[in-house]
Design a protein around this ligand. Structure first.
Ligand SMILES: NC(=O)c1ccc[n+]([C@@H]2O[C@H](COP(=O)([O-])OP(=O)(O)OC[C@H]3O[C@@H](n4cnc5c(N)ncnc54)[C@H](OP(=O)(O)O)[C@@H]3O)[C@@H](O)[C@H]2O)c1
Length: 320
C-alpha cells in the first residue's frame, strides 16, 4: 500500500478512530483526514456527499457511531438505531458512489444472537433473536454489514466488516451514564480509593451478578487489525476481531481492583441486568488470514489506568 494513499477515518477523535489514526501515523501513512461531528455531521447525507466530492478519499474507515453501554442503549433506543443507520448509510453509500477503493466497516459482537453457541462464529449472524438490551444498536450494525456485503457481491468492491469484541484502552469513555463495563470499573474503584476514610476504602457496587463471561481487546490491537485489513485484501466480507479468550466479570473486577489498589469490598447489585450470559469471539478466520492480538489483558488495563490518571483532570467522558 502506497503511504500517501488518502485515508478518511470517520470518528477519528473517538477511542477506536484515534487508535487507528495513531497506528497509521506510526506506520508512515501521511495522508490521513478526519472531521469532528461538529465539522461534519455524518447523519446528513448532503454534507457527507459534499465532503466526498471535495476530499475524494481513496480509503474509508468507519469508526464513527453512537456508542454506549446497557444503560445508554436502553434509555435512548431511537438514536442508537437511527443515528447509527444514518451515519453508516451515508458513509457506505458515498464511498460506493464516489468510488473509494476500500471501505472498512466497524461493528460489534452484539450483532450476534443472544443465545448463539459459543464461541461466536461469523456464520451465526441472523440465526436467532438478539440481546434485547442492545438490539437497536445491533440492528443498525447488522444493516451496515449487509450493505457492505451487498456492495462486495454486486460490484466486486473491497468493502469489509470487522466485528470487534469489547474494547478498552486510551480515550475510552469514563462517564458512568454511558460507559462500558471496563472503564466504569476503573472509575468506580479509583473514586472509592480516593475517598478513603480512616484508612479504609469504601465498598464498590457493581451491576449484575458478576457471572457473565466476557472477552476484552485492547484498542491498539484492534487498530493493528484494521491496518492489517487495509494492507491485506481479505477474501470474505465479515471477520471477528478478538483475543479468543474470556473471563468472568467478577474476575475482571478483581483484576481491576488489584491494579487500581482498592482494598475495600465489592458488592454485586443483582437487581441490575447482566446482559448476554457469555460472549466470546471465534477468531480463527482472522488468525487464518494472518492476524492475531498481542496485548495481554493485565498489561493493557495497567496502561489504560496510567492513561486515565494522566487525563483525569480533563473531560474524558464522551456523554452525548
Ligand atoms: N468501544 C467499544 O467497546 C467497541 C466495541 C466494539 C466495537 N466498537 C465499534 O467501534 C466504533 C467506534 O467506537 P468508539 O468506542 O471509538 O466510540 P467513541 O469513542 O464514542 O467515538 C465515536 C466517534 O463517532 C463520532 N460520531 C458520532 N456521531 C457522529 C456524527 N453524527 N457525525 C460525525 N461523527 C460522529 C464521534 O465524533 P466526535 O468526537 O467528533 O463527536 C466520535 O469520534 C463503533 O462503530 C463501535 O461499534 C466499539
Amino acid at each position: 500500500m502506497n503511504n500517501s494513499v488518502k485515508i478518511y477515518i470517520a470518528g477519528h477523535r473517538g477511542m477506536v478512530g484515534s487508535a487507528i489514526w495513531r497506528t497509521l501515523q506510526r506506520k508512515g501513512y501521511t495522508n490521513l483526514i478526519g472531521r469532528s461531528s461538529a465539522e461534519l455531521d455524518l447523519r446528513k447525507q448532503s454534507e457527507v456527499d459534499d465532503f466526498f466530492i471535495q476530499e475524494k478519499p481513496e480509503i474509508v474507515i468507519d469508526a464513527a457511531a453512537r456508542v454506549g453501554g446497557i444503560l445508554a442503549n436502553s434509555s435512548f433506543p431511537y438514536p442508537f438505531l437511527m443515528d447509527n443507520l444514518q451515519i453508516q448509510n451515508n458513509l457506505i453509500d458515498a464511498a460506493q458512489r464516489f468510488e473509494a477503493q476500500k471501505f472498512i466497516f466497524l461493528g460489534s459482537s452484539c450483532i450476534y444472537p443472544r443465545l448463539a453457541p459459543q464461541p461466536l462464529k461469523e456464520e451465526y449472524l441472523l440465526t436467532s433473536a438478539l440481546e434485547p438490551t442492545n438490539e437497536w444498536y445491533a440492528i443498525a450494525k447488522i444493516t451496515g454489514v449487509k450493505a457492505c456485503e451487498a456492495i462486495r457481491k454486486q460490484f466486486g468492491k473491497d468493502f469489509v466488516s470487522l466485528m470487534p469484541t469489547n474494547l478498552y484502552g486510551p480515550n475510552d469513555n469514563f462517564d458512568l451514564l454511558s460507559s462500558h463495563v471496563l472503564p466504569a470499573m476503573i472509575l468506580k474503584f479509583h473514586e472509592a480509593k480516593q475517598s478513603t476514610v480512616d484508612g479504609q476504602h469504601p465498598p464498590v457496587t457493581l451491576w449484575g451478578s458478576g457471572t457473565p463471561l466476557r472477552e476484552f481487546l485492547h484498542v491498539d490491537d484492534l487498530a493493528d487489525a484494521v491496518v492489517f485489513a487495509l494492507e491485506h485484501p481479505l477474501t470474505d466480507h465479515l471477520y471477528n476481531i478478538g483475543t479468543g479468550t474470556d473471563l468472568s466479570i467478577q474476575a475482571l473486577a478483581e483484576m481491576i481492583q488489584r491494579i487500581v489498589g482498592h482494598t475495600g469490598d465489592i458488592h454485586w447489585d443483582s437487581s441490575k441486568p447482566d446482559g448476554t450470559p457469555r460472549k466470546l469471539m471465534e477468531v480463527s478466520k482472522m488468525t487464518d488470514a494472518g492476524w492475531k492480538a498481542t496485548i495481554g489483558l493485565e498489561e493493557g488495563i495497567k496502561g489504560t489506568y496510567v492513561w486515565f490518571l494522566e487525563n483525569e483532570s480533563t473531560d474524558i467522558s464522551h456523554s452525548t
